[in-house]
Design a protein around this ligand. Structure first.
Ligand code: PXP
Length: 238
């Protein structure tokens, strides 16, 4: 069974909508683990639009006894190299990052920046960090990720989730079996939800599923009745 890692960025998105202190991603992480999450994932973006440096620090302290539970998604920049080397998450996932995007739009182009990324991975490995690269289900990209020393890859499931056809599912399956054949460990994520997860969860050899938006969305809906009841109770009791 693949491990379920919860991306809690959007707890921080709601907090940042008001620039206040709630909802708190750290409390969200604790509750997610109580609910059975095998890991917590956050993306520290250059623009800090949701998760910020303090969140990353607090999460890393909370998960210190089991650092393997903590995945930090980040762009391959000098700033992130320095932060991750201090924080020491269990896994780093390198992702492409554009300022205007609403979410990560595609896999990292590893073949297009092979030399740069090879050096970058060397620096991360020197700091004893384990590295995954978020990539499209593309053999050339997967092979290059292996060649430059990635420990894991994360297959971008976005094309499948946008068009959940046999063709797109097979591309994910083939990418995962090719990665396994090369000796890479494989994760998968992006756009996975309660409707499209089953065929992906059934694929052999996926180590971790990284899921964010659909779980945070569901949390709002399963929690809203109770939240209203609590407020009603307070108002009634005056
Ligand atoms: N994996 C990666 C590399 C991502 O960038 C994201 C989005 O932050 C996810 C998984 C989770 O995607 P979603 O929020 O659509 O579940």
């Amino acid at each position: 069974m693949p491990k379920l890692c919860i991306n809690i960025d959007h707890i921080a998105t709601v907090r940042e909508a008001r620039k206040t202190i709630e909802p708190d991603p750290l409390l969200g992480a604790k509750l997610a683990i109580e609910g059975g999450a095998n890991g917590i994932t956050v993306h520290l973006r250059e623009d800090r639009r949701h998760i910020n440096d303090r969140d990353v620090l607090l999460l890393s302290q909370f998960l210190k006894s089991q650092p393997s539970l903590f995945t930090l998604e980040m762009a391959a920049t000098d700033e992130m190299l320095s932060i991750s080397s201090k924080i020491k998450p269990g896994l780093i996932t390198l992702v492409p990052e554009k300022r205007q995007e609403l979410t990560t739009e595609g896999g990292l182009n590893v073949t297009g920046q092979k030399q740069y990324l090879e050096k970058y991975l060397e620096s991360l490995h020197k700091n004893n960090l384990m590295v995954s690269i978020f990539i499209n289900a593309d053999k050339e990209q997967i092979k290059t990720a292996k060649d430059i020393g990635a420990d894991f890859i994360e297959i971008h499931t976005g094309p499948y989730t946008e068009n959940p056809s046999e063709i797109e599912l097979n591309k994910v399956k083939e990418a995962i079996s090719y990665a396994k054949h090369l000796g890479l460990k494989t994760n998968a994520g992006h756009g996975l939800n309660y409707e499209n997860i089953i065929p992906i969860a059934r694929i052999q050899d996926i180590e971790q599923l990284h899921i964010g938006h659909s779980i945070i969305s569901k949390s709002v809906m399963v929690g809203i009745k109770e939240a209203v009841r609590e407020m009603k109770q307070l108002i009634k009791n005056i």
